[in-house]
Design a protein around this ligand. Structure first.
Ligand code: AMP
Ligand code: ZN
Ligand code: FE
Ligand code: FE
Length: 285
């Protein structure tokens, strides 16, 4: 069984539509794929409608969180998408992304970059708007050669010249909200240091005590030494460990199924979840 528990579609900052994403997941030989768009569930319906036979969809989201001034991402799986408290929190974060993106456009304009909100909004195409969309606009304008190169101090990295913070949820609150909605939580790329400051192990321990289910270990932004350290930490804290591609279509270099999750861990996630069930593909019948 090949299981990839972290992917993005055009519902946030991926470049595959949800339908394309599930088709590509089947072509990549995956048995299970999780759709985890940033702060939104709006890709679910399209992904389910297009789900190929033999592929199972795990519904999820990647929630934007911040603790002690450090941004972090929390993967949430198989929660009830209609549960009002978690829904309200997702909306709060997602809605704040719009004025925040406009703020980054204004900062870029002040730096002499002729980017417009219309351009960023077109690139986002109605999806949960984020820095990768602004980064794509900078690539279009020839300001930087690639999306990755927009994530520097000069431009959009945390604390960079054109960076603006958005509302982000306290992760202890997010863990509580996801649990109350029947879902399971996994701390995404907890040691991805190239993205900015990362939270200390003590915070991961506190999150574990507060009900966090697992940490993502096998991820492109973790080197082998980091993975070994995280695996040890997970064992110490009784946390599940996952692996996933964090696929973003053409906006990032990773491919579907580049890293995968142990079927036993996947089984445990589905056993713990009560808010939703994995959706088996019927080939659109
Ligand atoms: P946002 O949620 O709008 O703050 O954007 C965060 C997203 O930007 C992450 O989910 C990544 O997809 C992307 N990102 C963050 N840091 C980097 C980086 N250093 N290089 C490339 N992409 C990044
Ligand atoms: Zn992303
Ligand atoms: Fe992330
Ligand atoms: Fe992600």
């Amino acid at each position: 069984m090949r299981i990839d528990l972290h992917t993005h579609s055009t519902a946030s900052d991926g470049t595959d539509t949800p339908a394309e994403l599930v088709r590509h997941a089947a072509e990549a030989g995956l048995d299970v794929v999780a759709l985890t768009d940033h702060d939104t569930t709006r890709g679910y319906a399209e992904a389910i409608a297009a789900l190929p036979e033999g592929l199972t969809l795990v519904t999820g989201a990647e929630l934007s969180c911040r603790v002690d001034g450090i941004s972090m991402h929390l993967l949430a799986y198989l929660f009830d998408p209609e549960e009002p408290a978690l829904l309200a929190e997702r909306e709060l974060v997602r809605d704040d992304r719009v004025p925040r993106a406009k703020g980054m456009v204004a900062k870029l304009n002040a730096l002499g970059v002729p980017v417009t909100w219309e351009q960023v909004s077109r690139i986002a195409g109605g999806g949960s708007v984020g820095r990768p969309h602004v980064a794509s606009a900078l690539v279009e304008l020839g300001v930087v050669p690639s999306v990755d190169e927009a994530f520097t101090e000069d431009w959009l990295a945390d604390g960079g010249r054109a960076h603006v913070e958005k509302h982000e949820t306290d992760p202890f609150e997010a863990v509580r909200l996801v649990k109350a909605a029947g879902g399971v939580t996994v701390f995404a790329h907890p040691a991805a240091s190239k993205r900015g400051r990362t939270v200390p192990e003590s915070t991961i321990a506190e999150l574990a005590a507060a009900g966090l289910d697992g940490i993502e270990v096998d991820h492109m932004d973790h080197d082998p030494g980091t993975r070994a350290r995280l695996r040890g930490l997970a064992q110490e804290l009784g946390l599940l460990t996952t692996g996933s591609s964090d696929y973003h279509g053409s906006r990032k270099t990773c491919v579907l199924g580049e890293y995968t999750t142990d079927p036993e861990v996947y089984g445990e996630i589905t056993r713990r979840a009560t808010g939703a069930f994995p959706v088996p593909g019927t080939g659109g019948v």
